[in-house]
Design a protein around this ligand. Sequence first.
Ligand code: AMP
Length: 235
Amino acid sequence: MRIVLLGPPGAGKGTQARRLCEELSWAHVSTGDILRDAVKRGTVVGREAKRYMDAGQLVPDAVVIKIIAQRLKRKDCANGFILDGFPRTLAQCEALEAILEKLAMPIERAIHLTVPRQALFRRLSGRRLCRQCQAPYHMESHPPKKEGVCDACGGEVYQRDDDKPEPVRKRIDDYERVVASVAPFYMKRGIYLEVDGDRTIPRVYEDLLKLVKGKRRGRGFQRRGVPSAAPVRHS
Ligand code: AMP
């Protein structure tokens, strides 16, 4: 199956996409990961993208669309894929549709992992990380035993700059703008669904798995939008 996974920062979208793709042997296509890799390797695309990424802005549509067009042609996408972090604008939605039409591989579901703003704020601003081994902590649900010190390696536990209150607020606002342009596009096509992401990782995973395997019973998800002429197909 071919899926667009939408979700705000802190919704656990990357974690869920990785687990699903591992379980189902699908490709996990994250534009954020592809761009970070390009930056690390210092490619032409990476050098151009870095300016925008460092400023917390979207990379221009033309750049990400080119990247995604190349990535989706690779063999590992033939069995199914989850798009994570793409599309983020209406132009990207339209370009994706055109790319996939040529490949005869249309998107079958757009799944939105929803989490209330307050819960997101708590999740993100409570996050901490070990500077040395990258072990993740959370000040409410999983604090280090000794404040500021990593349980695993004794390294310094710190808060990422973009997990501080103001950047968190901006990231959530930016995301709300993305959803406002992307969700209606898929609603009109009758393939948009919402999944309650404000639950534990295993509970959300269980519902997502049922959903992508075509079993729609479950309490955590809801179909939204205008019914389309074309039925949602299960693969
Ligand atoms: P992410 O890890 O998905 O939050 O992406 C990290 C950064 O990469 C974003 O802040 C953007 O600068 C850039 N990026 C990732 N995906 C896209 C996209 N679809 N359109 C534009 N920029 C993107």
